[in-house]
Write a protein that binds this ligand. Structure first.
Ligand code: TXA
Ligand code: MG
Length: 310
């Protein structure tokens, strides 16, 4: 296995200096900074051009560190045992003595937290004496980054370092669940809601209404490739890039297959990189075939719907 120690050391050096750096996670790349430092997290908002009202997810390496900042409860423990580390983000209540910068939550009392699974990112977190605030590593409303090169494309020389961890395994953001009260899903993501329901033994409300104040990142316009996108298309126009999941006989150069075998997981993994590729090839518009609206297909459709609000 490649020795990542020198790179992890470098990443730590920049983070200790309160710089923002790109980090790999199993979902998408993050733009990370010390969550305990206001000056560090301020830089995240500036670099991403993100409104201050849109709070950040904080990444922890272990539950003991989390307990220094948040109140945990029974539902959290059930889900944590089953799904963490992994693509699930929990909304928890901050405790009074928490050291998390108030800027992270825009002074609100709830914090979004996640335990990432990516080996290199985990190793980095283990070495730090603070957790990392890290939203997706893209300019606000634009496409998320799923490899180091994408992060470079988003921020150029405005960030000092990107810890390269290869292409993201999952390629789609985490599922967000608010468990401060009766559990509710705030963002569909790469962990199936049905799996969460099974563990909690209850049906869970899906509350992804973009007009609500609670999760501003759920804004209508998001994940935008920067060109118009339309969904549920059976016949693309001549100049459109056509995205499909199911293999057709047609192999025109404007046909892009998200999966080789009609596999939704594979489709999710390829979604952002295909959208980015299509845009970079100079297409002026994108058409997407109807995608099955079950499991992770629901999350793919959620992202496409927001991307189509261009
Ligand atoms: O997979 C992921 O979750 C990636 C990786 C890097 O961990 N992160 C990510 O972060 O997608 P971001 O900032 O792009 O999206 C986080 C979402 C935003 O929609 C934000 O509004 C919501 O989480 N959020 C953050 N803190 C919240 C809070 N305290 N209450 C409600 N929503 C919150
Ligand atoms: Mg994002």
């Amino acid at each position: 296995m490649k020795n990542n120690q020198p790179n992890i050391k470098k990443a730590k050096k920049y983070l200790d200096m309160n710089c923002c750096i790109g980090v790999p996670t199993e979902t998408v790349y993050g733009l990370a900074a010390n969550a305990y430092s206001s000056s560090a997290v301020q830089k995240i908002f500036k670099l991403k051009k993100r409104p201050k009202s849109n709070p950040l997810i904080v990444h922890y390496s272990n539950i003991n560190d989390l307990k220094k900042d948040c109140l945990i409860n029974e539902n959290f423990l059930k889900l944590y045992k089953k799904f963490s580390p992994g693509p699930i983000t929990y909304i928890l209540s901050l405790i009074k003595n928490s050291k998390v910068s108030k800027i992270v939550t825009n002074k609100e009392k709830n914090l979004a937290i996640r335990f990432p699974k990516h080996k290199i990112f985990k190793k980095l977190l283990d070495r730090l004496d603070y957790p990392l605030a890290a939203p997706s590593a893209n300019i606000s409303t634009k496409l998320s980054a799923v490899q180091a090169l994408d992060v470079k494309e988003e921020f150029g020389n405005n960030i000092k370092y990107i810890l390269d961890g290869g292409k993201c395994n999952i390629g789609l953001e985490s599922t967000i669940i608010d468990i401060t009260n009766k559990p509710k899903i705030l963002r569909l993501g790469s962990l199936d809601v049905s799996k969460i329901e099974k563990v909690l033994g209850q049906k869970i409300k899906i509350d992804i209404n973009p007009l609500k104040k609670i999760a501003p990142g759920q804004s209508q316009l998001h994940y935008s490739p920067g060109i118009p996108l339309r969904m549920n298309v059976t016949k693309p126009k001549k100049n459109e890039a056509y995205i499909l999941v199911k293999k057709k006989k047609n192999n025109s150069s404007n046909y892009f297959y998200l999966s080789k075998k009609n596999n939704l997981k594979e489709a999710a993994k390829n979604l952002y990189s295909f959208l980015r590729k299509i845009k970079n090839r100079g297409y002026k518009a994108i058409a997407v075939e109807k995608i099955q609206n079950t499991g992770i297909g629901q999350s793919i459709n959620d992202r496409l719907k927001r991307a189509s609000k261009f």
